[in-house]
Design a protein around this ligand. Structure first.
Ligand code: AP5
Length: 195
């Protein structure tokens, strides 16, 4: 199994790149943001609770997202591994992910950090805000808050995996296919070093 954490600030390109990695390596993307947006659309209790946090650009409580991942790991079979997209986002989530994965006799191979400067993130998310209905992309102050929340609560997750020797930084600026090629090169290296 190849389990990867695809990491980076809002707008870094995690979702965009996960699509390619799913196809190329037979992995399953687990994007907590997408799962939560679906819960909101379906009006489930989880969605009702998550909505206010998401619309402010704040994190949904740890126990809610950890339960989502735990359930997905139980239910999804027949894949070559998972791409964790937008999870973990706090050190507590990272510790729980390690436990959940170990309990299934697996491991996280690497955290791939897409490095993109703040000005480029703002540009991408404001542009998407004009084209999509995502409420948290509509307002520059909410986008700013998401980037702040990333710096304060989520960045320490990269340090957590760096201590395990699993942090790989990828330049996330450039054409989508250029970023894909950088990710692919890093993953090929991981695969050949694990043989
Ligand atoms: P989530 O859905 O995870 O949103 P996010 O982290 O803000 O990330 P985005 O989806 O906006 O960015 P991305 O890096 O995936 O980039 P994308 O490929 O989409 O989370 C939303 C909310 O849910 C959170 O704020 C929180 O409330 C809650 N939540 C989710 N997970 C949680 C957790 N674990 N714990 C607690 N709360 C949680 O690309 C962005 C745009 O850029 C697109 O328009 C794309 O076309 C464009 N783009 C991509 N790559 C390039 C490129 N190379 N050049 C130019 N444009 C590009």
């Amino acid at each position: 199994m190849l389990n990867l954490v695809l990491f980076g600030p809002p707008g870094a390109g995690k979702g965009t790149q996960a699509e390619f990695l799913e196809r190329e390596y037979g992995l399953k993307q687990l994007a907590t943001g997408d799962i939560l947006r679906e819960a909101i659309a379906n009006g489930t209790p989880l969605g009702l609770e998550a909505k206010a946090f998401m619309n402010r650009g704040e994190l949904v409580p740890d126990e809610k997202v950890i339960a989502i991942i735990d359930e997905c790991l139980d239910q999804i079979k027949g894949v070559n591994g998972f791409i964790f997209d937008g999870f973990p986002r706090t050190t507590a989530q990272a510790e729980r992910l390690d436990e959940l994965i170990k309990a299934r006799n697996q491991k996280i191979a690497a955290l791939l950090l897409l490095d993109v400067p703040r000005a480029e993130l703002l540009k991408r998310l404001l542009l998407r805000g004009q084209q999509s209905g995502r409420p948290d992309d509509q307002d520059e102050s909410i986008i700013e808050n998401r980037i702040e929340v990333y710096a304060r609560q989520t960045k320490p997750v990269a340090d957590y995996f760096e201590k395990q020797g699993k942090l790989i930084k990828i330049d996330g600026v450039g054409a989508i296919h250029e970023v894909t090629a950088r990710l692919q090169q890093a993953i090929e290296k991981l695969i050949s070093s694990s043989k």
